[in-house]
Design a protein around this ligand. Structure first.
Ligand SMILES: [Fe+2]
Length: 300
């Protein structure tokens, strides 16, 4: 499929017998990005006499049809999405890797919640796709493959889908946060040309993994636990930053934040962000000298 630059934000998607579309798998658009588009708007310009429909599936319907224990399991999971997975065929073409080198470099793998809560409707939707999802974080490879395979077949159950037949000048708008779609490439050698605009979206919030925070980096201290927090000023934590820190602690168990010059009052206020402060039950009698016995045991 040709993807030449159109006018302004309008991208031209053109499929011909010589340059057929290569995308055939179900997906939500561009989930390989941190902030995938909220909506896609397509305008049919050159439409084949037959074929070329687009299938859509409701990820609300797919999620809501699952049993409660399965929904509970999925709610806590995070999946990895990768540009290279979606464009593997193009990358494998002669010269493909060189042509797409910039795009690969600009789109490292990202993590999204496996179940996405829609920021406007509040409803939950499955948010993994065979086109872009490579694995479920934290599961053994065989577990991840099996669960994804189940979800990929479940989420396109016919009752959750609709088939859109294009006509010239049809505009289709879809919400990428709660749907997936699949092109049906059954119209060759006919010619098809669509115009596309994508509408910017939010970052899907991670509820059980550490969401990223602008300018702040977590660097593991060991393979088992612990992370160093780089780029954080603890005196400037707002509610979102505090939630981030709490999640980072849950994930890493131990955090080291260096270079924080704080008076005891500010330090105590910072600690208070994590929860109710309490007085340590064993106090060294004199903190200016090394403590002994039980006191020493209690310190640190
Ligand atoms: Fe798409």
């Amino acid at each position: 499929m040709k993807r030449s630059k159109g006018v302004g934000d309008v991208q031209i998607l053109e499929s011909t017998a010589e340059n057929p579309s290569k995308i055939e798998k179900w997906h939500s658009d561009m989930t390989f990005r941190d902030t995938p588009p909220m909506a896609t708007v397509l305008h049919g310009k050159v439409i084949p006499e037959f074929g070329g429909d687009t299938l859509f599936a409701s990820m609300y319907a797919a999620y809501e049809a699952l049993s409660e224990p399965m929904r509970e399991l999925l709610d806590g999971l995070v999946a990895v999405h990768d540009f290279r997975h979606g464009f593997a065929e193009s990358l494998a073409e002669p010269g493909g890797a060189a042509r797409l080198a910039d795009a690969v470099a600009a789109n490292p793998p990202v993590q999204h919640p496996l179940v996405r809560t829609h920021p406007e409707s509040g409803r939950k939707a499955l948010y993994v796709s065979p086109l872009f999802t490579t694995r479920i974080k934290g599961l053994a490879p065989a577990e991840s493959r099996a669960l994804l395979e189940f979800l990929y077949s479940h989420m396109v159950t016919e009752e959750f889908t609709v088939r859109l037949n294009w006509q010239p000048e049809t505009i289709a708008i879809w919400d990428n946060r709660c749907t997936q779609h699949k092109p049906v490439n059954d119209f060759f050698p006919q010619h098809r040309l669509l115009h596309r605009v994508t509408v910017a979206g939010d970052r899907p919030p991670l509820s059980t993994a550490v969401r990223s925070m602008r300018g702040v980096e977590l660097r593991p201290l060991s393979g088992a636990l612990g992370a160093e927090v780089l780029g954080l000023d603890v005196t400037r934590l707002d509610a979102g930053g505090t939630a981030w820190l709490h999640e980072a602690l849950l994930e890493h168990q131990l955090l080291a934040i260096r270079g924080q010059q704080l008076e005891p009052g500010s330090f105590s206020a910072f600690a208070g962000l994590l929860g109710k402060r309490e007085v340590y039950p064993i106090q060294p009698a004199d903190t200016r000298r090394p403590v002994r016995g039980a006191n020493r045991k209690g310190a640190g």
